[in-house]
Every structure is written in structure tokens, then in C-alpha cells.
Design a binder for this molecule. Structure first.
Ligand code: ZN
Length: 378
């Protein structure tokens, strides 16, 4: 029986990144706990990822996923016993005492990994808070000019959200062959990311460059020419949000957009009076974990066993999820639907719907088109 093969536990505990390397999976880049790159089966640029903390891999395109043992079966096209032999050597008949000893060691190894993960999280939260504390008031700072380049002028947005700050000289760290290096340093908009209890556990950073179109900074990786993302969160953001506007009076409508600019655009559009406006940071955070399986990729069904996913406060009666038209529409829609359904399942009396934007435009683009564009030549 494979189930009582003592090598199962031993194999599961193997570090997935090292095993992937032994299997010649190449071109992966580290981003936090994830390694991302081309799929060893179906190619692409960044569709394949390995979560080193959870020991799992996944391809967005061909749907391959699983743990380190499944990775071996998949790439060596072999059976489970063959994968175990490849990972751990030939099966040994063990005495009960030896089996017990192996289990004890596995338990210790798992506990150690959990402790390391907890330490990493505590450290990241402390670093996020230090970045936030180093920020200056956003009002009357270059953050004002950056938002104006995105159509969010002072006339439209008279009150600067308290959750935003300005950092004049924020380092941008990027991973390279020599480890983490400073790829850029410059002005940035900071946003505090708050857990349901209001605790700030992460910071969101948008590097900007007022001399460039729409203020978007151009940051290149060390020795590369593919621009890096200029919006990044640091800390623990799961289930949290950027609370851009929360009415002083009682409120029951919550508008969630993905990014800060989109959510602020929904706020100043005047289309949703009396509502709260929170940015969900990224689609994955808005969706939470989704049900996986054949035919479920775009079904938008939340996996309700994900207890850390974002859930609106219990008094919310209407949840509106803003759909950015500029991202991949099918997956965007599925993720927003997952967020909507999770909220409806977990908050009694709440109704939720996805509010679409014209294809190819985000709400912010719509605002830029109304003729009052204050920016430089584009
Ligand atoms: Zn693939």
C-alpha cells in the first residue's frame, strides 16, 4: 500500500524549489514566497508559479498543479511509487520504532517551517509599519500632482484620504543574481492596508514619476529591459483593504475597486452617494481562494474554507465590485464573482454585484476622457 509507505511524508517535506531545479525547471524569478516564470510544459512568461511556503506549484494556462510529488510525476511522466523512489530512494521496510522516529522528525520539520513562516510574517509587518511611519502627509505633496495626472484633481478630490502618505525617496528592491538590489529610488505614494479589526499590517507603494505619461515611473530590473511593476504591497495583506473613504455617518454600501486610482475614480464619479470606497489591492485578494477542478477555472466559485479571505463588515447591505476593463476579462470577472459570492455567503442580507466598465478602459481612463485632462503632453 502506497498510503503506509513511510517515504510519502519524507517526500512531501522535500523543498519544492530545489526539486524543481533538479527537474530542470528554469527561468523562474522570485517574488516574495513565489517563484514565477514559464511553464515547463506549455511555455509563456509568467503563467507558472511555485509557492515555496506551501510547497505547491500551479500553471494558470494548462492547469497543472499540486505538491512536490505531483511535480515529479508530472514532469517525469511517472507513477507515484516511481516518484517516491526518485525523491527518496528505494522503499525500505521499517520497524514500527523507525516509522515512529520518522514521523517525529517530520512533525519537528513542519513545526520549524511554521515557526519560520510566522517569523517572516512578523518581520514583514514590522518593515511595512516602518515604511508607513517614514511617510509624510500626502496633502499638498507630489502625491497631489500624481493623482491629478490620473484625473483626480483637487477639485474632484477635495479631501486627501488619511490612508495615503508621501515618501520622497523610497527604495525599490528587486531580485537579481546577486540577491536583492536597489533597482530604483524615488518618490512614491504610500497606502496603509488594514485588517478587518483596523490594524495596519501592510503598506502599498506606488512609485511615480511626474515627468512621465500619467505619472507612471519606469523601473527596469538590474541588467534587464522589461519594466518592473511599480505598485507593490509589503507585509501581510490577506483579507485586508485600503480604506480610501469611509463615511462618518452610518453606511451600508461598500464599493470595492482593485487599485487606488480606480477606487478613487469611483468615489469622485458621484455615482455611488453615501458609500464607502475601499481598494481591494489585487484581484487575488478580492477573490480569496477559488474552487479548483475541471471546468471551474472561470466559474468564480469561492472556496469557503479559505478563512483569511476578505469579507465585508457585517453591516454592509450592498457590495459593488468595480471591474477594470484593462485586465484579462474572463479571469477578472471570475475573481470578482468569487468575491461577490463569498460576501453573500458570509454576510447575511448582503447583495453583491459586479459593475462593469467599457472593454479596454478602466474607470480612470473614462474620467481622463471627459476633457479636463490636466497632465503634460501624452
Ligand atoms: Zn502550463
Amino acid at each position: 500500500m502506497i498510503r503506509d509507505d513511510a517515504r510519502l511524508e519524507e517526500a512531501k517535506a522535500k523543498p519544492i524549489a530545489e526539486i524543481a531545479e533538479q527537474l530542470h525547471v528554469s527561468g523562474l524569478k522570485r517574488a516574495g514566497r513565489e517563484l514565477t516564470g514559464p511553464c515547463p510544459e506549455c511555455g509563456g512568461d509568467d503563467r507558472f508559479s511555485i509557492n515555496t511556503a506551501k510547497g505547491l506549484y500551479q500553471c494558470r494556462k494548462c492547469g497543472a498543479k499540486g505538491d512536490v510529488i505531483a511535480l515529479v510525476c508530472w514532469l517525469r511522466r511517472c507513477s507515484l511509487p516511481e516518484a517516491l523512489t526518485w525523491l527518496c530512494g528505494e522503499r525500505q521496510e521499517l520497524s514500527p520504532a523507525e516509522i515512529e522516529e520518522r514521523r517525529r522528525k517530520d512533525r519537528l520539520r513542519r513545526e520549524k517551517a511554521d515557526r519560520q513562516e510566522a517569523r517572516r510574517r512578523t518581520q514583514a509587518i514590522a518593515e511595512a509599519r516602518a515604511i508607513w511611519r517614514a511617510g509624510l502627509p500626502a496633502e499638498d505633496s507630489p502625491v497631489r500632482d500624481y493623482l491629478a495626472l490620473r484625473g483626480l484633481t483637487r477639485e474632484r478630490l477635495p479631501t486627501m484620504p488619511r490612508v495615503l502618505r508621501y515618501h520622497p525617496d523610497l527604495p525599490y528592491m528587486a531580485h537579481s543574481a546577486e540577491g536583492w538590489v536597489e533597482a530604483h529610488r524615488g518618490p512614491a505614494m504610500l497606502a496603509v492596508i488594514q485588517q478587518p479589526d483596523g490594524n495596519g499590517t501592510a503598506v502599498h507603494r506606488t512609485w511615480f514619476d511626474l515627468s512621465r505619461p500619467r505619472g507612471k515611473a519606469l523601473i527596469l530590473p538590474p541588467g534587464g529591459d522589461e519594466p518592473l511593476v511599480v505598485k507593490k504591497a509589503w507585509g501581510s495583506k490577506k483579507g485586508a483593504a485600503i480604506r480610501l473613504h469611509t463615511p462618518a455617518e452610518p453606511w451600508d454600501t461598500l464599493v470595492i475597486g482593485e487599485g487606488i486610482e480606480t477606487t478613487l475614480t469611483a468615489l469622485v464619479s458621484g455615482l455611488f452617494p453615501g458609500a464607502a470606497f475601499w481598494a481591494g489591492i489585487d484581484l487575488g485578494n478580492i477573490a480569496g481562494r477559488m474552487q479548483q477542478g475541471k471546468g471551474l477555472r472561470y466559474a468564480g466559485l469561492p472556496d469557503l474554507t479559505d478563512t483569511e479571505a476578505f469579507v465585508p463588515p457585517p453591516w454592509v447591505r450592498e457590495l459593488l465590485l468595480i471591474e477594470d476593463g484593462d485586465s484579462e476579462p474572463k479571469m477578472t470577472r471570475a475573481k470578482l464573482q468569487s468575491g461577490a459570492r463569498r460576501a453573500m455567503a458570509l454576510v447575511p442580507g448582503l447583495s453583491a454585484r459586479v459593475v462593469p466598465c467599457p472593454p479596454g478602459l478602466d474607470l480612470n481612463d473614462v474620467l481622463m476622457e471627459d476633457g479636463n485632462e490636466p497632465g503634460p503632453d501624452l
